[in-house]
Design a protein around this ligand. Structure first.
Ligand code: MSP
Length: 525
């Protein structure tokens, strides 16, 4: 569907390092981007969801060498065996997957470097300082701390706790210092450019302290994209990786598509917000391109109070969770239980408790009861509810009419947790409604036939609304529900903004069998 750029939504996740396999921290970014993009797409907005892998740099080169293969062989193995399978593990509907070793990326990166060089934003100089391979980042001395244990007496990176390397080499530099004021103006003119506010304040304080020029090439490694005007250098991995957002959407090769998609919303973990909110817009401004639409930084998943990471052995594989609870529950849990933008603790107990209470006993049980009653009392056909409906149905419809726009507003504000909370008011209200209306009592009295029609039809209508609006979060369970309701058309084609309108199911529709939405989990001893 071609729409104007004002109505377009291009969301990108960071591209993931392939030195290791995915953990639930990576999966968290992916499911958030997926739910947001599914929501926008189902709202009729021209949507594009991009994700991918970051394959160059020293970290990957070393991992490959330690495993006795070339960096490209290593990257291919990890992408095919771990990163691409993550897409189906989490049920992601991404539109593109970019690998930085692809030709489309490499050639556009070279074009970009040539452009900035020609414009006078790149110069040669000498870099003398520290480099952390874990961060793939040049480190100013004040950012280092004293090492402990085996590294006592050495300066180490605050994040990785490992010694930094001392570099002294000829490098090319990007004149980032030229962009200090322009960046501050951007942050001021577009107050929601960086969210949440805590990250925005941190970035503004950082830029206010002044910006150094950025070293953008390395001359002593060869696993990277060659600098087009000097073949002794490869491009610094972050400078190169950030460009994926435009190389994947056609910059330098398909300008029409690029104009249709760009600028992107950058969804990132807060640890890499600075790259996306400072370096990245400065690079784009230097090239004469628009900065991203927004940089939204989500928090960290904490396990046992610490940022979950493989290196600290707290890493949990997404499939450890999806194998037991399924992809829908994974998606629901992380988007519901954690305020998007803040840190959140993961625990198996919390996940399991929410699965039971909110999914299996809440939504799942509700759906199976309603469809069972239509089968039992109305031979599996949804009756016409309007003639017998009254104030209770009006109230439930009013709630639907209010909860859907509230959820929509929350999604547009990057608050999936609030959107789910809004929609769950419908689940709760429906449970209360059935308890009060007692359709099983109405069924015993022929004189209440109109009321029973109204209650069953109302309940199916509310399930219809839930199937549509929850489908971006739980595509599998809602598809089962949609089929169970016997509803017309494909679920993915249902327009979310209309989902709260009353009486959206045709009377006379035959309901089907409802496959269990959230099966009981066999608890391990
Ligand atoms: N390759 C770079 C990004 C380049 S983008 C041009 C990178 N990759 S990463 O694989 O290390 O991390 C990718 C994302 O995972 C980051 O947004 C990071 O914040 C996120 N997470 C890593 N651990 C995390 C948690 N424990 N919790 C939440 N997100 C976490 O950085």
């Amino acid at each position: 569907m071609a729409t104007s750029s004002a109505e377009s939504f291009f969301i990108a996740t960071p591209i993931f390092y392939v030195n290791d396999v995915p953990h639930i921290g990576h999966a968290y970014t992916e499911v958030a981007a997926d739910a947001l993009s599914r929501w926008m797409r189902q709202s009729g907005i021209d949507t594009w969801f991009l994700t991918g892998t970051d394959e160059h740099g020293q970290k990957i080169m070393r991992t490959a060498l330690a495993n006795g293969v070339t960096p490209k062989q290593w990257a291919d193995r990890l992408v095919e065996q771990s990163w691409k399978p993550l897409l189906s593990t989490l049920n992601l509907a991404n539109d593109d997957f970019i690998r930085t070793t692809e030709e489309r990326h490499e050639s556009a990166v070279k074009k970009f470097l040539t452009l900035l060089h020609d414009k006078g934003f790149i110069y040669q100089g000498e870099y003398e300082g520290f480099y952390c391979v874990g961060c793939e980042e040049y480190k100013p001395a004040p950012d280092l701390i004293e090492g402990t244990d085996e590294f006592v007496g050495q300066k180490v990176c605050q994040i990785h706790g490992r010694p930094v390397e001392v570099l002294k080499e000829e490098n090319y530099f990007f004149k980032m210092s030229d962009f200090q004021q322009k960046l501050l103006d951007l942050y001021q003119d577009q107050p929601d450019f960086i969210q949440p506010a805590s990250v925005r304040n941190e970035i503004i304080a950082f830029v206010n302290r002044g910006l150094d020029d950025l070293s953008i090439s390395r001359s002593n490694i060869d696993w990277g994209i060659e600098v087009p005007f000097d073949d002794k250098h490869v491009t610094y991995v972050w400078f190169e990786a950030l460009l994926n957002y435009i190389t994947a959407t056609g910059w330098g090769s398909d300008e029409e598509n690029f104009a249709r998609r760009w600028p992107a919303i950058q969804l990132v973990g807060k640890d890499i917000a600075r790259f996306h909110a400072v370096i990245w817009p400065a690079m784009l401004m230097a090239a004469g391109l628009a900065p991203p639409k927004k940089v939204f930084a989500h928090g960290w998943l904490l396990v046992g109070g610490e940022k979950m990471s493989k290196s600290k052995l707290t890493g949990i594989a997404p499939s450890d969770i999806t194998d037991v609870f399924g992809a829908d529950a994974f998606r629901y849990y992380f988007l519901r239980a954690i305020t998007f933008g803040s840190d959140g603790s993961f625990s198996w107990e919390d996940l399991s408790a929410r699965y039971e209470a909110e999914l299996a006993n809440g939504l799942g049980n509700l759906a199976s009861r309603v469809i069972a009653m239509v089968n039992r009392y109305r031979d599996g056909v949804i009756p016409d509810g309007q003639p017998g409906s009254g104030p209770a149905e009006e109230a439930l419809h009013a709630l639907m009419a209010q909860a859907v726009p509230a959820a929509d507003k929350a999604m547009h504000s990057f608050a999936p947790h609030e959107a789910l909370a809004s929609l769950w008011r419908i689940v709760e209200a429906m449970n209360g409604y059935l308890t009060e209306q007692e359709p099983w009592v109405l069924a015993k009295d022929e004189a209440s036939a109109d009321r029973l029609d109204a209650v069953l039809s109302m309940a199916c209508d509310a399930l219809r609304c839930l199937a549509i609006t929850l489908s971006p979060f739980m595509p599998e369970a809602t598809e089962k529900l949609w089929v169970g309701l016997g509803a017309e058309g494909s679920l993915q084609d249902q327009h979310i903004p209309d989902a709260g309108k009353a009486w959206g199911l045709e009377p006379g529709t035959a309901v089907g069998e409802l496959a269990p939405l959230f099966p009981r989990i066999e608890q391990e001893a």
